[in-house]
Design a protein around this ligand. Structure first.
Ligand code: PKZ
Length: 173
């Protein structure tokens, strides 16, 4: 049996009701209602439908440290995953990450303003209609443009009926 770490706790506000309602969004990456989350805020650019992007400016502190002075690799993965997932909404798709690969090119520093950019690559058609598979990529960049980490991801569109089956509350119309 493991000993609970009493320094960590889940706030009472984090009740057990799953939801995808923006107003009660507990997503670790972007949810304002998650006091322990990253609170990433993205701007999407859909001016070129062939190359939709999602961009976020962020800075992390020791809460997310891995190597001394640098962001933990798992958090780097979460950042990249989040940037790629933010491309699904402008494409009008509910989708989950099925596969992602990461190049950790340079250690990603704490206490520095950094840029996180997701880019939609393609959504191959199947039987003449948009397929379930969406391919995205993402990068974490130093402000001088140096790429510190890069990912490619496969997202699978989810049938909204599954949300109801799982008891997940969609946003009100
Ligand atoms: C009930 C749930 C509620 C959902 C609510 C959603 C709310 C939307 C908000 C999400 C918020 C985002 C947050 C950040 C993004 C995350 O982090 S999401 C969390 C992490 N991801 C997950 O937990 C997903 C877990 N995986 C799954 O649930 C299932 O695998 C999936 C993704 C639903 C897909 O299931 P499936 O439909 O059975 O998939 P499957 O047919 O095996 O594969 C689909 C296709 O991909 C291909 N494929 C599979 N793996 C690979 C691979 N490695 N390489 C190439 N192709 C592959 C397959 O061959 C297949 O191709 P086709 O045969 O269709 O040509």
């Amino acid at each position: 049996m493991t000993t609970p770490d009493t320094a960590r706790h889940t706030p009472n506000s984090m009740d057990g009701n799953p939801t995808i309602d923006e107003r009660a969004n507990h997503c670790f990456g972007c949810g304002p209602a998650n006091p322990q989350g990253l609170h990433l805020a993205f701007t999407t650019d859909t001016s070129n439908p062939e190359a939709i992007t999602a961009t976020c400016h962020f800075q992390l502190d020791r809460m997310h440290e891995g190597p001394p002075g640098y962001i933990h690799g798992g958090i780097v993965a979460a950042l990249l995953d989040e940037a790629m997932s933010k491309l699904n909404r402008p494409l009008n798709v509910l989708a989950m990450t099925r596969h992602m690969e990461i190049d950790y090119l340079r250690p990603v520093p704490l206490y520095q303003p950094l840029v996180l950019i997701g880019r939609h690559l393609n959504r191959p058609a199947k039987d003449g209609t948009p397929g379930r598979k969406l391919f995205h990529q993402a990068e974490i960049q130093h402000p001088d443009g140096t790429v510190l980490a890069r990912s490619k991801g496969l997202f699978i569109a989810i049938d909204e009926k599954l949300l109801f089956a799982a008891g997940i509350t969609p946003p009100e119309a």
